[in-house]
Design a protein. Structure first.
Length: 250
């Protein structure tokens, strides 16, 4: 049997993926929102779209993001996958933009060094690094010559001195609760990757600026999302298909 194409226009697929990564919504929530607009599609189909389009969409915003700040804030959060502890490492700059997120099984020096190496492959070495008092950070910084010129500031997590990074973990926590925990490591890595890029894209749409400027920022974010998602979906093979049946829009 020959594979068939997606039954829905790209605009609907892009909208569903955007809803999932922009807000704390479940697949069933998005199914209901689309149905209210006359679009009948199952939550399994939406999950399939997010799984297939998400990784390719993630790559596009990275290319388009502006130059990031020189002060890094790092932290790691514990997530359980099938009952096993894993650590979600995250870095943001001084403006709150997410630099990278990386899921690892350990919280030791090797894990910290791996995360720093991934960051240095995409960004220039920072002037300052803010972390909490986990010794793995200091050990990894000493092992990487590129970071010897950076000032390492250790803060007290309980005093919320590293609040930028702590706030950045919230969306992942909310989604984790919404899904009642992550079920596999690949999906647990994919979600924060694209969610971080979506958050960066909309970073300036909820600030204390005038309504006119805020709406202008929102329109720019919407336009950018349309462009990057269209580029990503265009790269799918001609026969790439959705295995779930979905009904045409009314």
């Amino acid at each position: 049997m020959k594979p068939y194409r997606y039954r829905f226009p790209k605009s609907i697929i892009q909208y569903a993926v955007w809803l999932y990564h922009r807000f704390t919504l479940s697949y069933r929530d998005i199914e209901e929102l689309l149905l209210q607009r006359g679009i009948q599609v199952s939550y399994e189909t939406i999950r399939d779209w997010c799984g297939k389009f998400g990784p390719s969409i993630t790559r596009e915003p990275r290319k388009r993001e502006p130059r990031r700040g020189s002060r890094w804030h790092l932290d790691e959060a514990c997530v359980k996958i099938k009952g096993v502890k894993h650590w979600l490492w995250r870095a943001v700059d001084e403006h709150g933009a997410v630099l990278d997120v990386f899921l690892q099984e350990h919280r030791d020096t090797d894990a910290a060094r791996t995360f720093f190496t991934a960051l240095l492959s995409e960004y220039e070495a920072p002037t300052t690094i803010h972390t909490h008092k986990l010794g793995s950070y200091g050990a990894a910084i000493r092992e990487l010559p590129e970071l010897h010129g950076a000032a390492h500031r250790e803060v007290i997590s309980t005093a919320r001195c590293n609040n930028l990074i702590e706030q950045s973990h919230r969306p992942t926590r909310n989604q984790e609760r919404s899904q009642k925990g992550f079920k596999d490591i690949e999906k647990a890595q994919k979600f924060p990757d694209l969610h971080a890029r979506t958050s960066n894209l909309h970073q300036h749409t909820r600030t204390t600026v005038t309504a006119e400027i805020r709406r202008g920022n929102q329109r720019t974010a919407f336009q950018t999302w349309s462009v990057i998602s269209a580029l990503s979906s265009a790269r799918l093979p001609a026969g790439h298909s959705c295995r779930y049946h979905a009904v045409h829009e009314h």
